[in-house]
Design a protein around this ligand. Structure first.
Ligand SMILES: Nc1nc2c(ncn2[C@@H]2O[C@H](COP(=O)(O)OP(=O)(O)O)[C@@H](O)[C@H]2O)c(=O)[nH]1
Ligand SMILES: [Mg+2]
Length: 207
């Protein structure tokens, strides 16, 4: 009989993750890269928020992310608490070529620390690191800020697919696995979730 420790049994944990950060830093592009493996040079700006899901497989657990990709414009700021409320994880994105976007990211981290879930896992992503020749935020500066504030930190590029899956996997590993597993399935079964039409489901597990 299969037991919890049986290697054929896979526990699924589900978490709400929100992306925050100034407009145009690449939030939607990071999600598109992670969920669909695509990149668009002319990514349409997000209106309100978009919802997508994707799963990652760790050794003996599967982590399903319910991803809320928010619009970065200031006029939508008052809506943000709706999306980060109850989120167990957040990715706060800035653009390494834009130091104002780093200031804005710091403001989001403070807001999450004050008003987000008590044990929220926050990851700071310095995106567009393919544009290193236009860099205006030093890696060491962002890393030091992340360390001081207990955040994960990675430099990413949605364009050249650098550290995108790695970022989500690092978050998946850091999230507490204490909630009741959503369900247990044998690993030979395909992990097909049913989602309403307007939601986007990532194709396949990012294993
Ligand atoms: N060079 C480069 N451009 C990027 C990257 N990520 C996003 N972009 C571009 O930056 C612009 C804004 O991206 P978008 O994902 O809409 O940003 P959002 O407003 O934060 O969701 C788009 O033109 C993207 O193609 C990246 O990693 N490198
Ligand atoms: Mg967007």
């Amino acid at each position: 009989m299969a037991s919890d420790s049986d290697s054929t049994v896979n526990k699924i944990f589900q978490y709400k993750l929100v992306l925050l950060g100034e407009s145009s830093v690449g939030k939607s592009s990071l999600v598109l890269r992670f969920v669909k493996g695509q990149f668009l040079d002319f990514q349409e700006s997000t209106i309100g928020a978009a919802f997508l899901t994707q799963t990652v497989c760790l050794n003996d657990t599967t982590v399903k992310f319910e991803i809320w990709d928010t619009a970065g414009q200031e006029r939508y700021h008052s809506l943000a608490p709706m999306y980060y409320r109850g989120a167990q994880a957040a990715i706060v994105v800035f653009d390494i070529t834009n130091s104002e976007s780093f200031d804005k990211a710091k403001a989001w981290v403070s807001e999450l620390q004050r008003q987000g879930s008590p044990n929220i896992v926050i990851a700071l992503a310095g995106n567009k690191c393919d544009l290193a020749n236009k860099r205006s935020v030093a890696t060491a500066t962002a890393q030091a800020y992340a360390d001081e504030n207990g955040c994960l930190f990675m430099e990413t590029s949605a364009k050249s697919n650098l550290n995108v899956t790695e970022l989500f996997v690092a978050i998946a590993k850091k999230l507490p696995k204490t909630q009741a597993p959503k369900q247990q399935v044998h690993s030979t079964l395909s992990l097909q979730a049913t989602v309403p039409d307007e939601q986007e489901e990532g194709k396949g597990c990012k294993c």
